[in-house]
Design a protein. Structure first.
Length: 425
């Protein structure tokens, strides 16, 4: 079925107990076991089922199934935030002494996670410029466990070469993890060779700006056993689970070794679980996601066109305005539009950026993207302020850079507010 249909019907028809068409909020911590053998089978993974909401929940399960269906994955795991999704996605493969190769084009919070927090755990990140896909191969060694990238990097907005890097990785036995937060529905990274996809569901999937959450989806198409020496977390006995070898344990369940371990080891131990209420809220947003993405894309294109004509704007950053190889990638990987994010640089630098933000009336000044509302922020003084100036420039953030997350309001009202704020910049 098509995304518009799956967003409404994927993974759920009605509640077996009541017939409810809307997904119920199973606001419970625990679940009654039928008998002691049932409980034993669940804990031993001989049977899949509900044990404790820190590990799984029926409301979260529908969200997981629905997004997995939309993206063409094998199974998914809902977690407490996009940052939790990034963390668990990498730590599911990496241990102390391991490394992974990441695109330089990243959200500032992810950059800080990789450079500081994961480094403190003994996991090393190696940054490479995605303009040269072969750079991933050159940075790979025997302890490299995965590659990591964003489909539509926030805030650089140059689409990542998914297929090129995925093919390089598969030849070396290295899976590509893709953060698809900024391009849901527009891009299906599994179709281009990605092994794992993750989202901050806080953004476009919810769309309402009310709930924090994240999602990791296992594509089920990466052969972990073919390169068993590279993946000890999946292919060697796990002492935290009675010596389970996850590639073996998952075989009766399907090609879900990666997501199975993430659920029953990392989520169990770290506890970064999505609340059932938030899962319900994301399901409400997901129902209209395909419709909203069309309007986000159309409005963003109109905003980008208007900004190029303003004398205070020195540069507009938008996939639809790029050319050469980056434009080719945008057209190859984004279907139905170039996304809802627009960046631009002001001639007056940091102070002009601040004046622009402070003059906005309709557009909200918030640290988020993907709301139905139009949002704006000055990354150099906020989301990327903890990075060095050199690192900020690597991610595409100059002093005068402003990022817009263009909403679904009437385009004339969006353009009017931007125009009056630019006069103050």
């Amino acid at each position: 079925m098509h995304p518009e249909t799956l967003a409404l019907h994927g993974g759920y028809r009605s509640d077996e107990a009541t017939g409810s068409v809307a997904v119920p909020i199973y606001q419970t911590t625990s679940y009654q076991f039928r008998h002691t053998q049932h409980a034993e089978d669940l804990f031993a993974l001989r049977e899949l089922g509900n044990i404790y909401t820190r590990i799984m929940n029926p409301t979260c399960d529908v969200l997981e199934r629905r997004m997995s269906a939309i993206d063409g994955g094998a199974a998914a795991l809902a977690v407490s935030s996009g940052q939790a999704a990034s963390t668990l996605a990498v730590l599911n493969l990496c241990q102390a002494g391991d490394n992974f190769v990441s695109s330089t084009d990243l959200y500032g919070g992810t950059w800080n996670l990789f450079v500081n927090t994961l480094k403190g755990m003994g996991v090393d990140v190696r940054f490479v410029d995605p303009a040269d896909p072969e750079a991933f191969a050159r940075a790979t060694d025997a302890r490299t466990r995965c590659y990591y990238a964003e489909t539509l990097p926030n805030p650089k907005l140059q689409v990542f070469p998914i297929r090129e890097v995925a093919e390089i990785g598969r030849a070396l036995g290295v899976p590509l993890i893709v953060d698809n937060t900024a391009a849901p529905v527009l891009c299906r990274p599994f179709d281009h060779g990605a092994a794992v996809v993750m989202y901050s569901t806080t953004k476009y999937i919810g769309g309402h700006g009310t709930s924090i959450g994240g999602l990791i989806i296992d594509g089920g198409g990466f052969d972990w056993e073919a390169h068993a020496e590279r993946f000890p977390t999946l292919c060697q006995p796990d002492p935290s689970y009675h010596g389970a070898v996850w590639t073996e344990a998952a075989k009766p369940l399907g090609p879900i070794a990666y997501i199975l371990r993430a659920r029953v080891v990392l989520l169990r131990d770290i506890g970064a679980a999505m609340s059932p209420f938030n899962a319900f809220m994301f399901l409400q947003g997901l129902e209209t996601l395909p419709l909203r993405m069309r309007t986000h894309c159309a409005n963003a294109a109109a905003v980008a066109d208007a900004l190029t004509k303003h004398d205070k704007v020195t540069k507009v950053i938008f996939p639809g305005h790029q050319d050469g190889e980056v434009r080719r990638r945008a057209e190859a990987y984004l279907a139905g539009g170039f996304g809802g994010l627009v960046g631009f640089e002001l001639a007056g630098g940091r102070e002009a950026g601040r004046r622009f933000i402070d003059a906005l009336k309709l557009v909200y000044h918030v640290a988020n993207i993907g709301d139905a509302r139009t949002l704006a922020i000055h990354p150099a003084s906020t989301t990327h302020s903890q990075l060095s100036q050199e690192d900020r420039m690597s991610t595409g953030v100059s002093e005068g850079y402003v990022r817009l997350s263009v909403g679904i309001e009437h385009i004339d009202d969006i353009l009017s507010d931007l125009a009056q704020a630019l006069e103050a910049a």
